[in-house]
Design a protein around this ligand. Structure first.
Ligand code: ATP
Ligand code: MG
Length: 602
């Protein structure tokens, strides 16, 4: 009963009127169902290199520093125990020039791979952008990775340079030097501001101080490699997706159409650059749109986050369902102790956003949350509830202008190349596919050509996600192909079940798996963690179970519900259902290199 009454009052669509985007000619055409070439528009807005070619770092930094935004704050770093640090566009240009000159002086050039292993410190951002300007290929890594995942990634990318801090070097890198023979230069940031003198390393501060602050960007072409990103490892061993400089076209267009960024915005993307979101939308897209980006060096803390939103006067906020669920867990009251008059747009990515979370945004922050969908492989946002369109809570939104999405069915289970049929009818489940050719499409899984080929069926890129499209063109996530549960002839998407569990006031998060069953194939089993103030117990379990049966029917509702203090999740915040399942079945856990906390105990 508890949640049913409340649900009744909620419309299925949230109407939008805000944003000047709605009036832009492209948007009007798009809404009218006409084709819009946003890529051409973005290419036009980008400058290109003076001598020809296209470079991500140049467009993000130098184009702005040479224009009206020269003195505008590009990046604002905040930390608990240090004063804020602002880097203006011209300063960022100078710093990245210095870093590019450091690389050049070391003989590191176009196509060489550079890894960065650091917290969200200014040097990380300078190194990423400076290396791009130098034509090198960049991979930021989560600083919380252990030595083995670091070594494995450097090996796969044949890393030539690593930028890290003295402390991280001592703890995690020193011991893997012998395993990473390609690594010629290790550049250390001294965290106390002094000078490092570790053997076989160089002190970055010293090199930067003596490097020139002018640099002409290395001529890169749209198809030259720029970024190597590892997938989150939610479904298995992380894959290295290679992106090229042309991705800048998607970053530019989506920064505008999906996030509605304008130079006067104060924008905060909470993702770490170790995950593709923290690079595409935590570094590049905001700079391309000339905004001021907030970078918080600390880890999640509900009180701190509300305070930052308020005090830093954030206007556009891009975060993830896991963070939203943690804020929900901390209670609406805490949110309401703060006011956020400047906040005008909130978006989320990484996992399905339960309708409950969209509504929570409305209640706690005064704004609904806009879900959007993309992957490491797509390099940028593909499907979104945009600032200009009505939101359908629970839906990922509609394909952005320039993106052709469809739902397909496989014509045979296995076989290569895959053969698929496009499902034209609305509301039919199938695999989500995208017509290839968008600028930020990945160009390889590094060293895994066979796996890359498997992702394509003719002109279509197959995403591995199951979804359906409604009659209005909105896409609805069903589950990952690997996670879908087959029970008594039904296909059950975990997202639907998890969203219903989340409606229960006690539930903070839910992960649902299929547990093998001799009679029906698989039964639905749910793992649930509770909001603060609720006690796990039989009465509560029965109440949640009754709620699920009422909403889903007996065939789909979980047969078993288990309470856990937390669910296992990746560093990018995704629930690892495969780990829940492996533990349930007593099977090997597989690759857990991206597991948050390094280990997870029941
Ligand atoms: P791996 O490929 O290693 O298993 P991963 O797929 O989690 O990891 P990412 O590229 O970080 O790695 O995540 C992309 C996936 O995240 C999508 O394919 C989809 O399953 C999920 N996802 C992202 N955004 C959404 C969303 N808005 N709704 C539902 N699912 C989403
Ligand atoms: Mg994936």
């Amino acid at each position: 009963m508890l949640s049913q009454g409340r649900r009744m009052e909620r419309p299925v669509v949230i109407h939008k009127v805000a944003s000047d985007l709605r009036l832009s000619p492209n948007w009007v055409d798009y809404e009218a169902g006409r084709r819009v070439d946003v890529w051409a528009d973005a290419r036009h807005a980008l400058q290109g290199l003076p001598g020809g070619g296209l470079n991500l770092g140049f467009e993000a930094v130098d184009r702005q520093a040479a224009g009206a935004l020269r003195d505008h704050v590009a990046l604002r770093f905040v930390a608990r125990n240090a004063p804020p640090l602002d880097l203006r566009y011209f300063e960022l240009a100078q710093q990245t020039n210095r870093f590019a000159n450091v690389l050049r002086s070391l003989g590191v050039g176009k196509g060489d791979h550079l890894f960065v292993l650091a917290g969200r410190i200014p040097e990380l951002y300078v190194a990423v952008l400076g290396a791009l300007k130098n034509g090198s290929v960049v991979t930021p890594l989560f600083s919380a990775f252990g030595p083995e995942p670091i070594a494995a990634r450097i090996q796969l990318g044949a890393g030539r340079v690593l930028v890290t801090t003295d402390a991280l070097y001592q703890r995690k890198v020193k011991q893997i030097r012998a395993q990473t023979p390609t690594l010629v230069h290790v550049l250390l940031v001294a965290e106390d501001g002094g000078i490092t003198n570790e053997p076989d390393t160089l002190d970055l501060g010293t090199l930067m101080a003596s490097a020139s602050d002018t640099f002409s960007t290395v001529e890169t072409q749209p198809d030259d490699p720029a970024l190597l990103h590892f997938t989150s490892g939610t479904t298995g061993t992380p894959k290295g997706a290679l992106h090229v400089h042309e991705a800048v076209v998607t970053h530019f267009a989506t920064g505008r159409y999906a996030l509605d960024l304008h130079p006067q915005d104060r924008y905060w993307c909470t993702a770490d650059p170790g995950w593709v979101t923290g690079t595409s939308y935590g570094i590049i897209a905001p700079l391309l749109q000339g905004v001021t980006s907030l970078i918080d060096r600390e880890e999640f803390d509900a009180e701190r986050w509300y305070t930052l939103l308020e005090q830093e006067r954030i206007s556009v906020w891009y975060t993830a369902p896991t963070a939203i669920r943690m804020l929900m867990k901390a209670g609406t009251e805490l949110a309401q102790r703060h006011s956020h008059p400047d906040l005008r747009f909130i978006a989320s990515v990484g996992e399905p956003l339960n309708p409950e979370a969209v509504w929570w945004g409305q209640e706690a922050l005064g704004l609904p949350i806009h879900d959007n969908w993309w992957q490491t492989e797509t390099g940028g946002i593909m499907i979104a509830n945009t600032p200009a369109f009505d939101i359908k809570p629970g839906s990922m939104g509609r394909p952005l202008p320039g993106i052709d999405a469809c739902i397909v069915e496989h014509l045979e289970a296995e076989g290569e190349p895959a053969r698929v049929r496009v499902i034209e009818e609305a509301n039919v489940e199938g695999e989500l596919a995208l017509k290839r050719g968008w600028p930020s499409m990945f160009r390889a899984y590094l060293n895994n050509e066979a796996r890359y080929r498997k992702c394509f069926a003719g002109e279509l890129y197959l995403t591995g996600d199951l979804a359906k499209r409604d009659a209005d063109g909105y896409y609805w996530f069903v589950g990952r192909a690997d996670d879908v549960i087959k029970s008594a002839g039904h296909l059950i998407g975990p997202f639907e079940v998890e969203s219903v569990l989340m409606e229960h006031p006690a539930v903070a998060e839910a992960g649902v798996i299929g547990k093998p069953d001799p009679v029906v194939g698989e039964v639905v089993k749910a793992f649930v963690s509770l909001k603060d103030g609720y006690q796990a117990g039989e009465t509560l379990r029965l109440d949640i179970s009754a709620h699920a049966r009422r909403r889903l029917g007996a065939a789909v509702a979980p047969k078993e519900i288990v309470f856990l203090p937390t669910l296992p999740r990746t560093r990018s915040g995704k629930i690892m259902r495969r780990l829940l399942k492996a533990r349930e079945l007593g099977l090997p856990e597989g690759d857990t290199s991206t597991l948050e906390g390094g280990a997870w105990t029941k």
